[in-house]
Write a protein that binds this ligand. Structure first.
Ligand code: ATP
Ligand code: MN
Ligand code: MN
Length: 306
């Protein structure tokens, strides 16, 4: 992949003009030199094909870091003026989002220093119907990786018991996400209620290990089963998005055989993912879309008001 230098300080990557291409987004660290806007744009060009299914054509929100990850960060569901043509904004049922229709939008996102791409659990084609659920496992203080791994496997078992398929990814941060492809005629309110009940059942069965409410003070030593990623306009970090955190961790789809006690999410980062993809023989989430199943136990009628 080559970046063509255009005017001073700018580069053209995949047909998108990258201004201030050398501007650092992540500072130098023990694993390498600073990562620039150009590095981010080239990353997206390299991984775009694999990343597209979870990002392109889906409602998104951006975390923008115009001055790098050490500066102010803006969580944005709207675009300002002067945005690259590849990006657009829209809304569904009153909930605003940003999106793009093809992989050039990934590079355009780098151009506006949109470091993190967060996605809805539905597509732009049908935003009001979930096509995936995300259970976001958030460790409280003192919880170690093997315990989070155990929790992810338990979420998998429970989803499978409900007739759903389950896939795991790192979040690029501290926790893991378990993602279930679904197809449902039920609206987001019912899907959200289903996810809440799922998390509450985990807490009810093992209150010493799991919690389903976000009160931070009650989380010590437990894992929050965060079901709030599911809803109209709710987002979770998209697979392959880097994080605006030191080390440039990347939310990385894993095969379940990689989800073991020795899992170290930090090895999955902007510097390492292209090589991981190059050596991968099969997509760890192979068959994801084909495994979408109906959510059990909810009707497709709107919930009755109490
Ligand atoms: P970690 O593994 O460190 O928990 P994570 O991505 O799961 O990483 P969380 O804090 O658990 O981080 O989840 C935050 C989620 O909330 C994000 O994925 C994002 O999609 C969503 N979100 C909603 N509003 C905001 C906001 N203003 N800023 C950041 N994230 C937001
Ligand atoms: Mn989380
Ligand atoms: Mn969370």
């Amino acid at each position: 992949v080559v970046a063509r230098k255009t005017e001073r300080g700018a580069a053209e990557i995949g047909g998108v003009r990258i201004s201030h291409a050398d501007r650092p987004l992540w500072p130098e660290d023990a694993n390498g030199p600073a990562l620039t806007k150009q590095d981010l744009a080239l990353y997206w060009q390299t991984v775009g094909e694999q990343a597209a299914p979870g990002i392109v054509g889906r409602p998104l929100a951006f975390v923008r870091c115009p001055d790098g990850i050490g500066g102010e960060q803006f969580f944005q569901k709207h675009l300002g003026r002067g945005m690259p043509e590849a990006l657009h904004e829209a809304e569904a049922d009153g909930a605003p989002y940003v999106a793009f229709a093809d992989a050039s939008g990934l590079v355009a996102a780098a151009q506006i220093a949109a470091v993190e791409l967060h996605s809805w659990g539905s597509s732009e084609a049908d935003p009001v119907h979930a096509d995936r659920l995300v259970f976001d496992l958030d460790p409280g203080d003192g919880v170690t990786m093997p315990t989070i791994v155990q929790a992810a496997r338990e979420v998998k078992q429970r989803l499978e018991a409900a007739g759903l398929a389950a896939f795991c990814r790192t979040s690029g941060g501290k926790g893991l996400h378990v993602v279930a492809p679904v197809r449902t005629k039920a609206g987001w309110d019912q899907v959200r209620a289903w996810c809440r009940a799922f998390a509450e059942a985990m807490e009810a069965d093992a209150p010493g290990r799991f919690i389903s409410t976000t009160r931070k003070k009650d989380r010590d030593g437990k894992i929050l089963v965060d079901w709030l990623r599911n809803g109209l306009g709710s987002t979770a970090i998209a697979s392959f998005s880097p994080r605006a955190r030191p080390g440039a961790g990347v939310a990385t789809p894993l095969a379940w055989r990689e989800v073991t006690e020795t899992l170290d999410p930090q090895v999955f980062n902007l510097r390492t993912i292209p090589a991981r993809l190059a050596r991968q023989k099969a997509d760890p989430w192979e068959g994801f879309a084909d495994e979408a199943r109906d959510l059990p136990g909810i009707s497709d009628k709107p919930a009755r008001k109490k």
